[in-house]
Design a protein around this ligand. Sequence first.
Ligand SMILES: [Zn+2]
Length: 494
Amino acid sequence: MVGGKTENCGMNGEKFYITTPIYYVNDKPHIGHAYTTIAADTLARWHAAEGDNVFFLTGVDENAQKTVDAAKKTGEEIHAYTDRLAALWQSTWEKLGISNTDFIRTTEERHVAVVKDFWRRLEAAGDIYRGEYRGLYCKGHEAFLKEDELVDGLCPDHKTAPELVVEENYFFRLSKYQKALLELYEENPDFVAPAHRFNEIKSFVERGLEDVSFSREKRDWGIPVPDDPGQVIYVWADALVNYISAVGIEWWEEHPADMHVMAKDIARFHAVIWPAMLMSAGLPLPGQIVVHGFFTLNGTKISKSLGNTIDPLDVAARYGADGLRYFLLREIPFGADGDFSEAKLRERYNGDLANGLGNFAARVLALAAKEESLPALGAEGAGAPDNEFAGVIEDTRRAVRAKLVALKFPEALAAVWEVISFGDRYVNEKKVWEINDDAARRAALANLTALLGAVGDMLAPFLPDASQKIKAALVREGDTVRAVKIEPLFPRAK
Ligand SMILES: [Zn+2]
């Protein structure tokens, strides 16, 4: 029942379906959204480079009450508001080099139709029933709060006591799936990664599951419950279904998502409610739920009310999309909480990118551009890249692949930077710029251009822009390569 596994991907054009969550449009993207999406993009690009036929989905959740509130605040008509926000999210991803294949909005007809169909499947399975919902409603939020969100019985943001609201709505029989979920976890030890997040999920389910409310009394926004227009479908039964509605039920039956990437706050919904919904609907389950942590800013919590949110586009404007991508992927162990600090970003940028990769590429290309074309990696005969270099390149490729399978982005990048250092040492030890013997100098430069080309390839999933520039500067013609000098890849940041 469980979908494809990362380890099985290969050069055979197999489908690889990866998703980010759909994000609320009550605001523009912040650094946490950028991190989720960049991590998913890196995996998507890597699978594509490995020969998989990748479908990479992201999108926005527009059906929430939060959307109505946010539109009210700006004074815009709600459809005009959602159109503007959806376009803003899409253009942000374009600017950050995100290679998504599709972008879904939950107000689209293709989504609404599948949500209703999905609801009917749960109903036909006998898993939807009417019940009494009791919730703590905060008027300031215009939303229900959870007991554990209250501080001394008050809403922490509005400092008021929420009102107990009792309403009739529809419930999903989640409790029925406890045993099946525990079996799923038992049979699929990688169903949730990393392992410590999986352990949290397992113990949550082991403690017992309560049925969940799947609808709310009619509001003027959201998808109505089929045959009961007095109720609208609540978030889980709506938003999670986007993973199917983007590709269609037939596609999902044949190839469910291989990987859902997200932050830890929604891991439980994806690893517990979502598979139970799919079991109820008689549909196959996703392959893996991949979970990362939260961000702090210079060690402090990031929140709208503290006014310290970070706009990823501001950062990208100063350090490039690749500069932002590099910092997030290199600095934060995937799965752990991470700290965003511009001082640390600048240090990484100047140290690893401007001085490291940028300087190495500039040196090699400047020296190699003075030569006629050089033998490329894989060429035979005298002057071709030697076995030591070919071996180092192959070992690095293998290391990067193994680290990516294990979701260890920092280690994968560290492996590439090791090979860059190896190349730098070679330039210095050989004093390549001083070698007068033509054959010896050309042989050294064949090694170095082969290494730089391989670095460009290996960085494609992480730093698409820099990778593209490196590859364009090494023009391959049959068994030879001609180097072209380039502008600095990463001008030093002040
Ligand atoms: Zn409140």
